[in-house]
Design a protein around this ligand. Structure first.
Ligand SMILES: [Zn+2]
Length: 167
């Protein structure tokens, strides 16, 4: 009695799965990242701007900003980036063809830019700090000395890019 309905459900599930896989296959080089729950950490440069990061690191980022402020260092920047924004950044930094956006190695973009689906920014775990363009800036020097205390590491090729993994 119960066999027929069970089979129907199973085939419906299989059809849904196939549809999902087919859709995923349309973007073979854009692995899906589950958007993080985000929260804001107020910048030390102004009272109205803030850095949006994953909720999992916002307490550390707020502490880092408070410590920088106490040392007279002004910090702000860009944290979380949704996948559409990552694609836009790839187009700006890497080129506009499918290859440029989804396949070109990050190191061949100017500046280097992670492929869509692989950026720590898309997880809310990276921050690009303003005023941190080189290693001689006050921004970089302060972060180099203090960021590790708050769980952030620098990507050596980009003095402005700090993340939980250094990637
Ligand atoms: Zn970055």
């Amino acid at each position: 009695m119960h066999r027929a309905p069970t089979r129907l459900r199973a085939s419906a599930l299989a059809a849904a799965l196939i549809t999902t896989l087919a859709l995923a296959a349309c973007q073979p080089n854009a692995p899906a990242i589950t958007p993080p729950t985000t929260a804001k950490a107020a910048c030390t440069t102004s009272t109205t701007r803030s850095i949006v990061v994953a909720e999992s690191i916002v307490t550390n980022v707020r502490r880092l900003l408070a410590a920088a402020k106490a040392d007279g260092v002004k910090l702000c920047g860009g944290g979380y980036r949704d996948s559409a924004s990552q694609i836009a950044v790839r187009k700006a930094n890497c080129g506009t063809t499918y290859y440029d956006v989804y396949e070109k190695p990050a190191s061949q973009c100017t500046p280097p830019t992670a492929k869509p689906g692989t950026s720590q920014h898309e997880k809310g775990l990276a921050i690009d700090f303003e005023s941190c363009e080189t290693r001689t800036t006050a921004c970089y020097k302060w972060l180099a000395k203090n960021a590790a205390t708050y769980g952030l590491k620098n990507l050596p090729s980009e003095p402005w890019h700090w993340s939980t993994t250094g990637g």
